[in-house]
Each structure stands twice: as C-alpha cells, then as structure tokens.
Design a protein around this ligand. Structure first.
Ligand code: NAP
Length: 343
C-alpha cells in the first residue's frame, strides 16, 4: 500500500510517499480501515519535527482519517456492531498512522460516519472536535447560559468549539484574524466576533463580555467576563485571558507555542483557574463520553467539519506547510488518499 513515512525528524520534506508492505490482520480488538482521506493537524507537524516525544523510524504520521471498515478482529463484531465490514467510519488516533491507504486501529478509535458527511469531512472530525468538546465540557465545565470566549475560532478546534458551545446553550464571543475567518465564525453562530489582530481586540472582548454577561452575583470590584476561555495560543494570550476572564472563570489551555510571563495575582483576584488539556490525556471513560457527544452532534446535523483545502496524499509536505502558515485558518486541511484494492 501507499503510505507517507517519516525516516528522520525534520521539516515537511521528510514526509516521503513510500510503497510499504500490507498491514497485518487486525488483532482481537482491532479494526482495519481502508482510508479515503486523512486529516492534517498542527500536532502532526510537531511529531514530524521531533518535538513531541520519541518515535521509532520509519513511522506514518496522522491521527485523523475516514474511510470504510475493511476487516475486524475476533472480538469486535460482538462488542461494536456498528463497525461491520463496509461501514463508513471516522478515525481518531490509530495504531499505524492515517496518512496511508489503510490504518490499523483499536476499536475505540473508530466511530460511525453519518451518510450525510463526505470522507473528507469525516477526516476533519477527530482531533479538532473531540478537543473542542473535551475542553468546553470536561475541563472547562461549561454550562448552558454561560459565556465562552473562543480564541482562534476560525481554526479546526475553534470552529468546533463555537458550534458545540452554541448547541449547548452558551453565549459565544470568538476571535479570528481575517475577514473570511470572522465571516465563517459568524455563520457558525458566534454572538460576537472580534479581530485578534486588531489593536483594540482586548477592549472589544471586554465590551462583548459585559454585553453578554449573565452570571450569578459577583463581587462588585470584578468586572463581567467570560466564564470559560478556550485558548489556542496561550503564549500570546494567557496574560490577557487572566485580565478579562470572569469571576471563578476557567481558562482552558488547548494550544501553546512558547513561554510567557504572568502575574498570578490576576488569577487570585478573580478566583480564576488555568487548566491545561491534552486530548492524549483523556482516560477511557472520558474518551467514550467525548466520542458519544461528538458522534451525536454529527448524527443530528449540529456539527459539520468545514474542509478548507484538500491536498493529494503525495502533497503532504505542502499540507504541513499550510497548517503552520499564519496566513489565516478557514477550517480543516485534508489529504485525499488514492484507492487501492490490495493492501
Ligand atoms: P488551526 O486550524 O491551524 O487554527 C489555528 C487558529 O489559531 C486559527 O483560528 C488562528 O486564527 C488562531 N490564531 C492565530 N493567531 C492567534 C492569536 N494571536 N490569538 C488567538 N488565536 C490565534 O489549528 P487547530 O487545529 O485549531 O489547533 C489550534 C491549536 O491547538 C494548535 O496549537 C494545536 O496544536 C492545538 N491543539 C491542541 C490539542 C490538545 O489536545 N491540547 C488538540 C488539538 C489542537 P486566524 O488564522 O484567523 O488568525
């Protein structure tokens, strides 16, 4: 089969299209998925560059994908009747990597893909939507009627966060860096959208939070602010988040690309919490809960991942350049995987 493989850490050029031997038959709890599309995430670039833990070479990158079930391990049919051979599925995380024609997955990594969604959309579900849901509801403990600030709402995580928050009855203040990104976020239902490149961004966020404030009583000296902040670039924004989060607000750090100097007094003054979250840290029951919530949102039509750009599998290096390009995010980047009968 064809697979992108990394033979040594480095820039996008280390992503090589190789012809590799067929994958082994699935183990008892595993599923072999014939992939039609793979999703590209920023974390794929950190792993490719060697910034995310050791790896054995060569390896196939990619956490997200979509396709059809090709073969099942002995225990799967009884435990997961939704994963019959031929079933359309989306995949998040896998044993062998998703930038390939086939991926071997543990059954908990494979979920049904509703007929209304294309494989390319399916490849955009996993990392972004599960992260957004977990950040909002597991780490951030967001509740209906609260206000959430989604920083970086034009990206994969941000778009899912806006959609899922609105569907759960939250009020949403969101930021994006381009006019196209802000228009998209408005279409998703954000109540207020602010340009995070504008010099008056923080003041506009404060004004928006005051307008949307719905909180229970708070000390008179603490201004209105969002109950939850979904933060995708903490090294740039965390100090600002602490300056505007509401009383007993929860700032969930989803993304970070550097260091920052903070005055912890800001957290103290508001009883605010800063919570890290990584999708990799979800425990089995939390993973099931997040997958069930995202699965329901997909099935009901609430959540539809937006595919911003599709690349051929062989163009994975260009997709890695694009996903780290600050030009302006508009949704998910996806690799189209050529069909291949034999594995
Ligand atoms: P993405 O699709 O590339 O989106 C990046 C987002 O960051 C865009 O919305 C972009 O807005 C925004 N952004 C750029 N400059 C910003 C600023 N100064 N303030 C606020 N936002 C800014 O990436 P993604 O998939 O959504 O992931 C976002 C981050 O979360 C990445 O760092 C990723 O590694 C991380 N992440 C973490 C987890 C986890 O488990 N913790 C899971 C998934 C992702 P514009 O382009 O409109 O300027």
């Amino acid at each position: 089969m064809l697979a992108i493989r990394v033979h040594s850490f480095g820039g996008p050029e280390v992503l090589r299209l190789d012809t590799v031997p067929a994958l082994p038959a699935p183990g008892p709890t595993q599923v072999l998925v014939r992939l039609s599309a793979a999703g590209v995430n920023p974390v794929d670039t950190y792993i490719r560059a060697g910034n995310y833990g050791p790896r054995e070479f060569p390896f196939t990158p990619g956490m997200d994908g979509a396709g059809v079930v090709e073969a099942l391990g002995a225990e799967v049919a009884a435990r997961r009747p939704d994963l019959a051979p031929g079933a359309r599925v989306w995949v998040c995380r896998s044993v062998t990597g998703t930038y390939a024609q086939f991926a071997l997955c543990e059954m908990h990594q494979v979920r049904p893909l509703p007929a209304r969604l294309s494989f390319e959309q399916g490849a955009g579900v996993g990392v972004a939507s599960l992260t957004a849901w977990s950040a909002l509801f597991q780490r951030g403990r967001a509740r209906a009627g609260e206000t959430v600030l989604v920083r970086g709402a034009s990206g994969g995580v941000g778009q899912a966060a806006v959609t899922l928050a609105k569907a759960a009855g939250l009020r949403v203040v969101a930021t994006a860096g381009t006019p196209e990104g802000r228009a998209l976020v408005e279409q998703l239902g954000a109540d207020v959208v602010v340009d995070h490149r504008a010099p008056d961004c923080e003041q506009r966020l404060l004004d928006a939070a005051a307008k949307l404030d719905s909180r229970a009583p708070r000390p008179a000296n603490i201004p209105a602010g969002p109950d939850v902040v979904i933060e995708v670039l903490a090294n740039v924004n965390l100090a600002k988040d602490l300056a505007l989060v509401g009383f007993r607000g929860r700032i969930v750090v989803v993304g970070n690309r550097g260091e920052i100097t903070l005055n912890p007094r800001a957290a103290m003054a508001r009883d605010a919490s800063v919570l890290g979250m990584s999708l990799m840290n979800l425990q089995p029951a939390e993973w099931e809960e997040a997958c069930a919530a995202v699965g329901a949102a997909l099935a009901s039509g609430v959540l539809t991942p937006r595919v911003a750009q599709v690349f051929d599998l062989a163009d994975a290096p260009r997709a890695h350049e694009r996903v780290m390009d600050p030009a302006g995010a508009l949704g998910k980047l996806v690799l189209r995987i050529p069909a291949e009968r034999e594995r």
